[in-house]
Design a protein around this ligand. Structure first.
Ligand code: NDP
Length: 333
């Protein structure tokens, strides 16, 4: 914030500073390039808002880290995450979306038009901003997790569960997501081990009951993951079982898939000075809209959705954000 207070953003100043590139004025700046960002871009471009999209650190978003996507409507044979994101990008570009590399490093939403800085040196002045920066799944931080990512390790049961039909899997986490993912996987797989580090689950009572009443879910309380094992793909996991105050025991189980459900981190840190978020950091929107507490700033996709987190729901909310931005601009004229 202080950065903007001491800096008059205009071309003249930029040249003098020797650090900033020339300022660009845009009607609609979209931050983030997952399904929400690209869908917002498709709608905004078709409405002649000439959107500029800043791709962010992970161009294409979370889907670029998955393999097959079988649940996005319109792909009867399925599609890989990266190909789907290339398709969405191409569709957005077909209508004139300007797609840029770079990461938004700071914003000033204290007044309109808004100021947005990319890569610390590229200023934009935007009449509207659509935030679609998504959320990042948390991982345990094990070396083996990295090794088997896409080869048995996943952070999305709805995306990847199908590949484990009739097999054994483990889900780690004790919240509502873990309960939901375990229940979902129980309907597909032979057996689900639910690994919980505490002696209880923090999930809601209803979810806990559901998990407890599912015969092929085995809950392993007070277990921590030591290592995921296998050669090329996951074949097992080594757990540490807590026994009493100071005792513990190593437990090995055979599994084919290991699912993380230990929470997501919404990528909202740089907006927190201006936008209302919940305790976890999800941006709050006015129900039924993509509007944030700052008029002219909209949020779409996983950055404002801790519950559904699907590509198709993200895409739908991206559409809403573009329509909201278009209407907002029309009202200003
Ligand atoms: P939560 O933060 O609620 O739960 C995370 C879980 O992961 C906790 O049980 C936590 O353990 C565990 N955990 C965290 N770090 C580790 C670690 N390093 N090793 C082992 N376990 C770990 O996240 P959720 O994604 O489950 O839920 C997020 C929000 O979304 C919640 O408010 C939830 O209610 C909501 N939600 C609602 C749904 C619905 O209504 N249908 C569905 C899904 C989510 P510990 O308990 O020990 O801290």
């Amino acid at each position: 914030m202080g950065f903007f207070k001491t800096l008059e953003i205009n071309d003249d100043n930029d040249k003098k500073s020797g650090e900033l590139e020339p300022t660009e004025n845009v009607k609609c700046l979209i931050i983030g390039s997952g399904p929400a960002g690209y869908t917002a871009a498709i709608y905004a471009a078709r409405a002649n808002l000439k959107p500029v999209i800043i791709q962010g650190m992970e161009a294409g978003g979370q889907l670029t880290t998955t393999t097959e996507v079988d649940n996005f409507p319109g792909y009867p044979e399925g599609v890989t995450g990266p190909v789907m994101m290339e398709d969405l990008k191409a569709q957005a570009e077909r209508f004139g979306t300007d797609v840029r590399w770079g990461e938004v490093t700071s914003v000033d939403f204290s007044q309109r038009p808004f100021k947005v800085i990319v890569d610390n040196n590229k200023p934009f002045i935007a009449e509207t901003v659509i935030i679609a920066t998504g959320a990042t799944a948390k991982y345990l931080g094990l070396e083996s997790e990295k090794k088997f990512r896409g080869a048995g390790v996943s952070a999305c049961a709805t995306c990847d569960g199908f590949f484990y039909k009739g097999l054994k899997v483990a889900v780690v986490g004790g919240g509502d997501t873990a309960a939901e993912e375990a229940s979902y996987l129980a309907g597909i797989t032979e057996k689900v081990f639910l690994i919980i580090r505490k002696p209880y689950m923090r999930a809601s009572k209803a979810m806990l009951k559901r998990v407890e009443n599912t015969p092929n879910i085995e809950i392993l309380y007070e277990h921590n993951t030591k290592e995921i094992t296998g050669t090329n793909v996951v074949t097992g996991v080594t757990l540490i079982k807590r026994k009493g105050e100071s005792d513990e025991e190593e437990v090995k189980i055979d599994i084919d898939g290991f699912f993380l459900a230990i929470g997501h981190k919404p990528n909202s840190d740089i907006f927190k000075d201006y936008l209302e978020t919940d305790d976890v950091g999800y941006i709050k929107t006015i129900p039924g809209t993509s509007k944030t507490n700052v008029e002219g700033v909209f949020a779409a996709g996983d950055i404002q959705d801790s519950i559904y987190r699907q590509a198709v729901t993200a895409a739908a909310s991206g559409c809403m954000a573009a329509l909201d931005a278009e209407r907002f601009l029309a009202e200003q004229e």
